[in-house]
Design a protein around this ligand. Sequence first.
Ligand code: HEC
Length: 234
Amino acid sequence: MNGKYLENTYEEWKASRYAKEGRACQSCHMPDRRHLWRGVHDEPTMRGGVTMRASDPVRAGPAIQASLEVRNTGTGHRFPTYVTPKVIAEIFQSDRAGKMLRGTLRQYVIARVVSADLSTEISDTRLAPDEAATFDYLETIHPNAVSLTYRMRVEPDAFYAGLFESLLAGGPAVRGEKMIRTALAASLRSGFTFNEERRPLPGQEAGIQPRRVTVVGADRQYSQIKGHSPRGKE
Ligand code: HEC
């Protein structure tokens, strides 16, 4: 597909420092030789896969500005693996109770997106071992905002969710519709937050003008979903 194999995990690992350091797949996936393969559905494993580095938020006129660096520091291959999961880096303003304030959310998708029939790659923004991407935040300050929250979420079964949705879009008389709906609900429920950090908003600093930080991540285009609430539970 687009000159790339669908599953390239072994080759990615072989080219990484982990192979040179002699860290095999089992060293991460079966620690202490427990016979349990830990992966994308496991919160500690996901948290250990990447490192989040949040900048302190800065007030710039009517806006709040910040950035979030996400680096693949603990995954021996591209993060996330395969085409099924979707990782979402999110920055939003929160109120005194830590709740997300409407209209302040910015999201960046880290995933390999392919068509439902697997024939075409739409985009690949995954991070190779030790690679980083920096996401920017620049939004008008919400009157109730007291802090900025940086968060990483994963929808481990995003590809299946998309597949089920495209099947259901086939019309009202789709065969096995009830089963597909049940499967869709289950794949949406599997999403969870694996890393979160909150920083207080500073007082007004004089002379700082709003400025757009560039999104850096090799030469890829990160898709942004702005002002849109993520699927599943909040
Ligand atoms: C340095 C640690 C590390 C090494 C070495 C490593 N992995 Fe991983 N792997 C991870 C982490 C962290 C995740 C979870 C994040 C993700 O999905 O990318 C993961 C996820 C996966 C997944 C997805 C699992 C799921 O639940 O769907 C597969 C499959 C996988 N790795 C295979 C391999 C194979 C095969 C090797 C060896 C060639 C390997 N890994 C080496 C850390 C590692």
